[in-house]
Design a protein around this ligand. Sequence first.
Ligand code: NAD
Length: 496
Amino acid sequence: MGLVGHLINGESRSDAARVQDIYNPSTGEVSRQVALASKSTVEEAVTAAEKAFPAWRNTPVLKRARVMFKFKELLEKNSDKICRMIGEEHGKISHDAKGELLRGIENVEYACGAPELLKGEHSRGVGPGIDSWSEFQPLGVVAGITPFNFPAMVPLWMYPMAIVCGNCFVLKPSERDPSSVLFIAELLEEAGLPKGVMNVVQGDKEAVDTLLTDKRVKAVSFVGSTPIAEYIYATANANGKRCQALGGAKNHAIVMPDADMDNAVNQLLGAAFGSSGERCMALSVAVAVGDEAADRLVSSMKEAMEPLKVGAYSESSNDFGPVITQAHKEKVVGFISSAEEQGAEVVVDGRNPQVEGYENGFFVGATLIDHVTSAMTSYQAEIFGPVLQVVRVDTMEEAMKLINDHEYGNGTCIFTRDGEAARFFSDHIEVGMVGINVPLPVPVAYHSFGGWKRSLFGDLHAYGPDAVRFYTKRKTITQRWPSAGVREGAQFAFPS
Ligand code: NAD
């Protein structure tokens, strides 16, 4: 059985003191194992990054950007292979894996603009003969810790920008689907990145804790669930590191009575059930304003869900694939049952889907639950499965209060034809990423991505302009070259 190992200082390594099984979620079978790095293996990776840093930092930014241009080409050339690897370990259908990879590549394209992004700020003549400028210098060794649900894209939010800014990187990907991440990192070497600038360590808490406490690691980017994000943020800060930790979500869509219902239903289908609902931007709650809108929404959704196909990643005609593990399937099914027990109505029940030929796969069918209330467990928790819950309210204000009161604030959307209502919504909703008739308002690579409330711990969002700031430290230089022969006396007043 194959073992997925690490990439340290440009070499493939397998520190296999401990291993963990990797599943093919479509078949339910163990496909290979992943090596779990020990503390000393992680320390070796940090050492490699530390050694590579001085030369990489001093490499002209245009040369660093050229590696990214080549990397982009290699990602495109190897796209089918990468998507197959994602499908096999994550369960994503190829059209969805391609979308993920494309969004990841957009971040590499943004990183190609580093010479422009790192030009700094310059002010001439801030005083007599005095010029001042700010430079953005790299931090040193930085680390990324990433979740299973976007094995290619989320790491690509981090290391292209970190590296092109002159840092060296240690990535700890999810141990559940690590193969595509490792393969992509190897492409960076092929693109001409010097050894040690990019390192990958597979692992679990032991690897993460080593990165969080090693004084040589200057910053940590994390994406994952909220309890772990909170832990990462607190521990990184306690160890003097810069940290951005993106957490979980519960994304609501308000469906107004004037919405184009056919459009809203189509958008909700993809946003709620795409990737089996295992997206941090998945729309998992539809808040229908007024019973008439709610009845129309539920009956149209029910009809539109009938032809949806859940199945193996390898069949491109499927709409979405399995969830990541058997344990996660049981958790999702448990949330559906709890909603039913607490008084909600399961309108379309995906608890027991039949997928011919894949009887042991971790499948949950598309599920629609009506009459959900904010008191229910299934409403409060992030389900992370193909489940859309409908909450009925009387007014838009009530819908917005529901969203604002929720602990998460990642994404949200409103379906309406009323521009004034949409503007009020985007002005006052306590959520970081807002869609107006756009169900998955994931910002493009040249903006930044991040939620509010308990969906993000830290100040700067991921990728885009915020990433330039996160992965660099500002240095401001003030310079004067006094004219020969002109000597000023000492001044004791504060310079102004
Ligand atoms: P997770 O929190 O279980 O794992 C994320 C990473 O943390 C993994 O690399 C894992 O190995 C590590 N980890 C897990 N437990 C740890 C522990 N006790 N100590 C130290 N490290 C630990 O998340 P997941 O299940 O892989 O991913 C799904 C979650 O990620 C969902 O909650 C989803 O909303 C969230 N997510 C958020 C965003 C966002 O941008 N906000 C994007 C994608 C996913």
